[in-house]
Design a protein around this ligand. Structure first.
Ligand code: GAL
Length: 986
């Protein structure tokens, strides 16, 4: 169990309850022996598997005639791919998270900032079976994020329009559910033409989808406010200080038709799992109403969360009724104090701490924005290893699992809202962000916006003031900031509505603003914007890429050394967020096509270090010696050429030697870069760092021979067999002595077999147009990365990755995959193991004919059945099976009519029309043609061949029953695939 698993547990804890707690709760307290039962009762289920996908738009409503148009305007009758019976049998099936933009080719005519990736529109559909035992419970469908705009239908009902790809959508399915064999249909139309940013945003359902299933009396999603607050209120028997209160403000709803009661229980556990406090209260909630209540928990002298010791407490909420757990939710949180001081900068837990942050977007090599949690763990750990203590998720809400990881790793977070506005939709997005994220100890700042042109005037102020108020109504424990790139010197501007002024690239104004606003804390929300390409150095003469020498920055920015120095030298600056931690697709400033990704990253798109990584490490890591030489020392044919050498170090003095001969010594007055010009000779270039007279650090680069073999190395030695765990695998070339050949650009064939799959690959080259999902990948300056993900497995397995290239010995890496314990392993709560009550439906369900018109009873047979006027909505009734009416002595005949367009799989003449039961004597007519009959009046099934034709069909059933007897369609009517048999021509 590595950190990754802690991260996974925390994520699952967030949604599903901690494993330890499940055991305690269900086995210990309630005495359940079957965890499966307990998990199935209240656990949110991951609904990522078994989606169908169609790239491109499809018309919603092909209706022409009156009746069809009329119906499609009705609740539950959406047409086309939004509807229930749409034929999606030839759509691609896939698992979420999914980003279709990263699968596509690059196109020079596509939007540059979106990485020259065409985006467009697409549809997703999924079927869902819901057990009848769920009737009366509250069922909610939750999308963590869909890029960019979306419309979501459930069983033909338009439930929601989503206006932002960064905001979750929580949809109550309860009123629309179908149970048992009647399958539910989810349909999502995604519009990724709509852009929200000037960076690569991906396309599709790129974050997880969950199904929450609770009692009708349930906690609102994000409905517990538990953020610990330092409190001045004296507590009984408490020492005079370090008192805290968790408000435990709970927001519940009872959707049911009757009043409901339950016991509410909140529990706080310390980082060792010891119970700190538990409180209970009885609740009574009227039918169809909500309740706000609170069970505050007071804590004295808790263990603190900090960047070095991120201590996390667990919070559990349970709803109980007669010993049964109705709902169980878990969160983690942490206790820490924050202070932004206008003179002295930032304090965490009362201690000064310079914020060493980076801005990041959310895409990664090979996967686009569909980044698995374990790859987030890899990315954030890379930042931590560099010495960063903070992250700004620019310029939008991050995926929830990234915040869980930040909590665990000890990374502080500037949590940013995407849109700037005081309109209801924007304010609701902001409120959602605060509600979702306020329990995270990592979050230290709420950010309202990034560089809004209105920021400098009255409108900017008026909007910002309303947004700040919306935040403060939900959380008063963090200051509100915004990333401003000007306008803060005017008489009235957005900064007047902020607690902390955030500055993007305003280094020339730090001192003036501090002088003019001496009471207001300042932070650099964005700085640097330095450019470099990994592995590119002056001697390689690559005009399309930018040398990694920290000499290149945007006109509005500074290089890494200078931008940090500006902050390090100013105690009043709380710190800053460098642009950016990683390269991201799009915004290929200062280049354009064929460059397709940015070059601002301290690391490349795969998380491989550029020299900036070591510059930042030298600047930021005070806890250990840092020393790193760049470039590599393999420059064939360049003997005698001057090679500029950089030694990144936090030592006081750096000494450089080539093949044992001294080259020079440099004193560093602050951590940074020592530079030497070295005439090239093959061999060993060595640097040694000294503090006073003591050697503290050492690094060397060596000339390598020609490549002889490929090599593969995984970031972690094994994967969990939960079908989610993913690991980056580095691919490189070795020389005869096993050393990495630094400039290899080899094209490699990659194959992934066994208990996992490749999710994609990349090499960090901002000009690469290679297919990120294909079987080949070229190394870029010696490196490439393949991301492999486990399959779900309940037995131990192995992923085998094989790399082959011409002229090199192949490499094979075998990665063990651990078994998942179905039903007892939190990871197995995922939809590989959906409880039977929510079994996923992979195949489109059979079409059920549920929309019928019913004629009045008549004394004479109507046959051949007369048409019903298309405009007549009223002389005939409406119904769905079971439908019966009793015949009178005068009127024994009745007629039923429906229309349908058969799906392809039953329209080829091999389909059948299956009536589960008809009561009375019946004749069946299709498109005015006689199809078959049933002569026995007793209830019986009737199955008739369905003639070929994928057009709109009209079906009529004429039923005659004896006076006083009931007649009608009393069971389901379905279009089924005939198992065998001849096709029936049209
Ligand atoms: C900033 C902006 C970022 C990015 C950056 C590039 O102005 O906030 O999103 O565009 O410039 O330097």
């Amino acid at each position: 169990m590595g950190d990754f698993h802690l991260a996974r547990l925390a994520r699952l804890a967030h949604f599903a309850g901690l494993w330890r707690c499940l055991l305690m709760v269900f086995v210990g307290f309630v005495g359940f022996t079957s965890l499966d039962v307990a998990l199935a009762m209240d656990t949110p289920l991951l609904l990522d598997k078994g989606w169908r996908f169609h790239q491109g738009d499809l018309p919603l409503s092909p209706a022409v005639g009156h009746e069809q148009t009329y119906l499609q305007m009705k609740a539950g009758y959406a047409g086309g791919p939004a509807g229930i019976d749409f034929d999606d049998s030839n759509w691609r099936t896939l698992d979420l998270p999914h980003d279709w933009a990263v699968e596509g080719p690059f196109d020079p005519s596509a939007n540059m900032d979106q990485g020259y990736r065409p985006r467009g529109l697409a549809w997703y559909r999924r079927y869902l079976r819901v057990d009848a035992a769920q009737r009366g419970r509250h069922i909610e469908l939750q999308f963590d994020g869909i890029a960019s705009q979306a419309e979501i239908w459930f069983n033909g009902h338009l439930l929601h329009r989503s206006f932002s790809g960064y905001t979750a959508n929580h949809l109550d399915l309860t009123p629309y559910l179908r149970f048992g064999d009647e399958i539910n249909t989810i349909a999502v139309r995604v519009n990724a033409e709509a852009m929200e940013g000037w960076w690569y945003e991906g396309a599709g359902i790129y974050r997880h989808v969950w199904l929450s299933q609770t009692d009708a009396l349930h906690l609102h999603t994000d409905g517990l406010h538990l953020t610990p607050m330092p409190t001045p209120t004296p507590l009984k028997n408490a020492p005079a200080k370090d008192r805290w209160r968790l408000p435990m403000a709970v927001s519940l709803a009872n959707d049911g038709p009757a009043p409901a009661s339950a016991t509410l229980e909140v529990t706080l556990l310390d980082p060792t799992g010891r119970q700190v406090e538990q409180r209970r209260a009885e609740l009574h909630v009227a039918a169809q109403s909500s309740l706000e209540t609170a069970l505050p928990i007071d804590v004295t002298a808790p263990q603190r969360w900090s960047v070095d010791h991120p201590q996390l407490y667990q919070v559990h909420l349970r709803l109980l009724r007669q010993g049964q757990v109705l709902e169980h939710r878990s969160w983690h949180t942490g206790f820490r104090t924050l202070k932004f001081d206008a003179q002295q900068g930032f304090f965490l837990n009362g201690l000064p701490l310079k914020i060493k942050g980076v801005c990041i977007h959310q895409d990664h090599a090979g996967v686009g924005v569909a980044v698995p949690q374990s790859i987030w763990a890899y990315r954030l750990k890379r930042l931590k290893a560099m010495g960063a203590n903070a992250v700004r998720f620019a310029h939008n809400a991050p995926p929830p699992e990234a915040l869980d990881l930040a909590d665990q790793l000890g990374l502080m977070v500037m949590d940013e809202n995407r849109h700037f506005g005081a309109d209801p939709e924007t304010l609701q997005q902001l409120r959602w962000l605060v509600r979702r994220d306020r329990h995270h100890p990592s979050v230290i700042l709420w950010s309202l916006f990034n560089e809004e042109p209105l920021q400098g005037g009255e409108t900017g102020y008026e909007i910002a003031r309303r947004m700040t108020a919306a935040v403060k109504a939900l959380d008063t424990t963090r200051p509100v900031t915004a990333a401003m790139n000007g306008g803060f010197f005017s008489d009235l501007n957005a900064s007047h509505a902020l607690d902390v002024i955030g500055l993007n690239y305003q280094h020339t104004d730090y001192d003036r603003l501090h002088a003019e606003r001496p009471q207001t804390p300042l932070i650099s929300t964005e700085d640097a914007s330095a450019f470099m390409t990994r592995g590119v150095y002056a001697p390689s003469h690559d005009p399309d890429r930018i040398p990694a020498d920290d000499e290149h920055a945007a006109d509005w920015g500074l290089n890494h050394r200078a931008s940090w120095t500006m902050l390090a030298e100013r105690p009043f600056m709380a710190g800053g967020f460098a642009w950016t931690g990683f390269d991201y697709r799009g915004e290929p400033t200062p280049q354009s096509w064929p460059a397709v990704s940015s070059m601002f990253g301290i690391m490349d798109l795969a998380g491989f270090a550029k020299s900036a990584f070591y510059i930042r490490q030298a600047q930021w890591r005070e806890d250990r010696p840092v020393l790193h030489i760049e470039p590599h020392w393999s420059w064939p044919g360049q003997a005698g050429q001057m090679i500029p050498v950089m030694v990144m170090s936090n030592a006081q003095r750096v000494v450089l030697r080539l093949n044992g001969q001294p080259i020079g010594t440099q004193h560093l007055d602050r951590p940074g870069v020592a530079r030497f010009d070295v005439p090239y000779a093959p061999g060993l270039l060595e640097a040694v760092g000294y503090d006073h007279e003591h050697e503290v650090s050492r690094d060397a680069v060596e000339t390598t021979g020609p490549g002889v073999s490929l090599a593969l190395q995984a970031d972690r030695p094994a994967l969990a067999g939960d079908g989610q765990d993913a690991v980056p695998v580095t691919l490189w070339v070795r020389d005869a002595q096993g050393r990495a050949v630094p400039d290899a650009q080899t094209r490699v064939h990659i194959e992934v077999r066994g208990a996992g799959r490749s999710l994609g690959h990349g090499n960090g080259d901002p000009l690469s147009h290679e297919d990120e999902k294909g079987a080949h990948r070229s190394l870029f300056h010696g490196l490439a990365q393949v991301i492999v993900q486990s399959h779900f497995t309940t037995t131990p397995g192995e992923i085998e990755i094989e790399a082959q290239a011409e002229g090199l010995a192949p490499a094979v890496l075998k990665l063990p995959v651990k078994a998942s314990r179905l039903g007892t392993d939190p990871a197995a709560l995922l939809d590989h193991a959906l409880p039977a009550a929510f079994a996923p439906e992979q195949d489109p369900p059979a079409t059920r004919l549920t929309e019928w018109r019913t004629s009045p009873l008549t004394s004479r047979p109507p046959g051949p059945p007369q048409p019903l006027a298309d405009q007549d909505m009223n002389t005939w009734g409406w119904g769905a099976p079971p439908m019966t009416r009793a015949a009178s002595a005068q009127a024994t005949w009745q007629q039923y009519r429906t229309r349908f367009t058969p799906r392809n799989d039953v329209a080829d003449g091999r389909g059948v029309l299956a009536f589960a039961a008809i009561q009375g004597r019946a004749e069946v007519w299709l498109d005015g043609q006689w199809l078959g009959r049933k002569t026995d009046p007793a209830p019986q099934a009737l199955t008739l061949p369905l003639p070929a034709g994928a057009v709109l069909r009209e079906l009529r059933v004429v039923i005659q029953s004896d006076a006083g007897m009931a007649g009608g369609i009393i069971g389901a009517v379905q279009l089924l695939k005939a198992p065998t048999g001849p096709s029936v021509p049209p």
